[in-house]
Design a protein. Structure first.
Lengths: 109, 601
């Protein structure tokens, strides 16, 4: 499977918008929880890793997960240390980052 | 797809394994667990399932083109090993995992960390994991990390297996070797650092950093013998060292990502920033490993060890200095707080017979893995392959033993970091070169390896579950305390084996009688009520509670944390005293509140 055929931008946009919608309408339940876990553990990293020309699917996915964890941790850590905690603001920022990454990947194609 | 014959064979073996595993679950009664842990309650069907799956894998690994089939085997193995406790218990296992949920709960409520809290200070000083946990809990509308923490061992082990595959594919082009190494890693990983914890997440990140270095940041040119001689002085040794560097270059390295190298280094630095702010020991392991790769010219990013060192020092100096003042000795020896060594290396004289057997098996397994890895190196070298990177990364964690005040305990943490590379070297026994290992003998040899390692790992990994599992009743008693004990209360228990501190943890002071010095323990046992009241008085300014529970009793019996019979004697004394009243009573837990002289209820 080559990079051009991978559906990451579509997956990222769908995941970001679904989580944003769940937060805006105040949805509760397992779907929102699963969406949040999926989004924070894959999407921010994929927004950046997808811009690199990594042809190995396993490496690409693993780097996306690792970078997502790192970006999420650094965002949350910065808020906690600065006494400026806002889960909504952090989620919004990461959604914007993901959408920008998805757009950049589409443009590059 | 595999040819029709083998496909039918694998379908039959894997299908039977899945069926045997599913059938074994409802036949398991975890309440009857002995000091052999989960093994004592799992029915034969569980072992049959593992045997069938292992057999199928060992046959399939000789034809690694069918990577989907091999990946299915690995996923099923990890599900059988790590989803089983989550399904059977229905509660979060490991007392430390409950504390981690408690730190996340603190950040959820306060939106910040507080390095001045006396309890669990290290977590407040290295809070990256907990901060992300709080963010996900709030964004996901979970209410508490308990909603997903039970599944962390399965999730983490899936990540570990994928990350090791990423690394192994950099070390060799022989896919059979890489897949078998992943399997050996999975069936030798007994240390139990895979639960809901900062160390598990940081371990995954550690593997990813090493994987990137091995795959894409390799040295393009090995220095000339004259350059090497500047370091080792002797001309003969310089030639030998250079030959080692040339022969030891990872076979699976990719050299077509040069334009992306700066981006990859930036990604490594981002991940490293999380590692240094998320866990005490992992940054030091990373510095050692990167240094070894740079010195032996396996990694070309020469500034990386220094950069990680500076970042680590910066975090410790500016963020964790308060903690260091009182805990410097503890930091180096700790990966989280899972005290494996306490139940394996030390105090075997006071451990129960069965638990001592488990501890001995753990030692045997550790020695066996090391010996097999050495044999694997020898066999690979005889076939003309020197896995220098794997040898280096298996060896350098051992250096951490020297920086540790409790050398025995560190050994098993070293094992955890060395294990991926030990597993790779062990797999070299079966596939010493791409041309060898194509007969049925190789399948039999792989099967023999797994047959030796997996049972020992099951005993070691599951062997302490009696004190790591919490029943629903024990959890209900902890929920009672969280709901009724007002801030400032002192909570007294026997050991750490209880869901302490998962909610409002900073409200309370905690006293565990099993951690008191032996002379104080004797005083408590001679005069339980007065001594326990005195213990409460030392920290509490509100209500005070004493908690007895099944898992605490189990830890006392298994490890000898208190003299035999102490739990029953203490509970009888508290129950008979007019100064305490029972406020929670269940089949597995009892909670008493101080109400008499000195009490405020």
């Amino acid at each position: 499977m080559t990079r051009l055929h991978r559906p990451w931008p579509l997956v990222m946009v769908a995941s970001s918008l679904a989580l944003a919608l769940a937060l805006v309408v105040g949805a509760h339940g397992p779907v929102r929880g699963a969406l949040a876990l999926w989004f924070f553990l894959t999407c921010p990293g994929m927004a950046i890793i997808g811009l690199l020309d990594i042809k190995d699917l396993l490496a690409e996915v693993l780097l996306a997960v690792a970078l997502s964890i790192a970006i999420g941790m650094l965002s949350a850590l910065a808020m906690a240390l600065a006494h400026a905690w806002s889960a909504d603001a952090a989620t919004a920022a990461l959604v914007v980052l993901t959408l920008l990454g998805a757009r950049a990947q589409v443009v590059r194609r | 797809m595999p040819a029709r014959g083998p496909a039918v064979l694998h379908a039959a073996l894997v299908g039977s394994a899945i069926a045997a595993w599913i059938v074994s679950l409802p036949a398991t009664d975890v309440r009857g667990m002995t000091d052999y842990g989960l093994l004592s309650t799992l029915p034969a069907g569980y072992y049959v399932a593992l045997a069938l799956l292992t057999t199928s894998f060992c046959i399939a690994v000789r034809s690694p083109r069918h990577w989907g089939l091999l990946a299915l085997h690995v996923v099923l193995l990890l599900v059988m090993l790590h989803a089983t406790p989550a399904i059977l218990y229905g509660t979060l296992r490991y007392p430390w995992a409950w504390k981690h949920v408690g730190i996340i709960d603190y950040i959820q409520r306060h939106g910040s960390v507080n390095q001045n809290i006396g309890e669990l200070t290290a977590y407040q000083d290295w809070p990256a994991f907990f901060a992300l946990g709080a963010l996900i809990v709030q964004a996901g509308g979970f209410g508490s990390a308990l909603a997903f923490a039970s599944w962390a061992p399965l999730f983490n082990n899936l990540l570990f297996a994928a990350a090791t595959m990423f690394i192994f594919r950099s070390l060799t082009r022989d896919r059979r070797l890489a897949w078998l190494a992943v399997w050996v890693f999975c069936v030798s990983s007994w240390v139990g650092q895979d639960y809901f914890s900062p160390q598990a997440t940081n371990y995954f990140l550690y593997l990813i950093v090493l994987g990137v270095c091995l795959r894409w940041l390799g040295s393009r040119e090995i220095p000339a013998a004259e350059s090497v001689q500047r370091w080792v002085r002797s001309g003969r040794r310089a030639v030998q060292l250079r030959r080692l560097m040339v022969a030891g270059q990872p076979e699976g390295r990719v050299r077509d990502l040069a334009p992306q190298a700066p981006a990859l280094v930036a990604i490594i630095i981002t991940i490293t920033a999380v590692i240094v702010s998320g866990h005490q020991l992992t940054p030091f392991m990373l510095i050692l490993s990167l240094s070894a790769l740079v010195v032996f010219q396996v990694c070309a990013a020469r500034g990386l060890p220094l950069l990680v060192g500076l970042m680590t020092a910066g975090w410790i100096i500016y963020m964790s200095v308060g903690f260091l003042k009182g805990n410097l000795y503890w930091i180096v020896q700790s990966i989280g707080s899972l005290n494996i060594g306490g139940s394996t290396l030390s105090n075997l004289a006071s451990a129960s017979h069965d638990h001592a057997v488990v501890a001995q098996v753990t030692r045997l397994l550790t020695v066996l893995v090391g010996a097999l890895a050495v044999a694997g190196v020898v066999r690979r070298v005889r076939h003309g392959h020197l896995d220098l990177a794997a040898v280096l990364l298996a060896a350098v964690p051992v250096l951490m033993v020297w920086g540790n005040a409790y050398g025995g305990e560190m050994l098993f943490r070293v094992y955890f970091f060395a294990l991926p590379f030990l597993a790779f070297l062990i797999a070299g026994l079966v596939f010493p070169s791409p041309r060898s290992g194509r007969t049925w003998m190789s399948a039999l040899l792989a099967l023999a390896l797994c047959a030796a390692l997996l049972p020992l790992t099951l005993i070691s990994y599951y062997g302490s579950e009696r004190m790591y599992r919490f029943s629903h009743d024990e959890v209900r008693s902890a929920q009672y305390l969280a709901a009724h004990a007002p801030p400032g209360s002192t909570l007294v228990g026997l050991t750490t084996a209880y869901p302490w501190g998962y909610r409002n943890y900073e409200y309370y002071s905690y006293v565990q009688l099993g951690t008191l010095p032996p002379n104080e323990q004797l005083r408590v046992l001679r005069s339980p009520v007065q001594q326990i009241v005195d213990q409460m008085g030392s920290g509490g300014n509100g209500h005070e509670y004493v908690v007895f529970s099944r898992a605490q009793d189990a830890e006392v019996e298994m490890t000898g944390a208190l003299p035999p019979g102490s739990p029953r004697a203490l509970e009888d004394a508290i129950r008979a005293s007019s100064r305490f009243r029972e406020v929670y009573r269940g089949p597995d837990a009892q909670v008493f509140e101080l109400v008499g002289q000195g009490g405020r209820a």
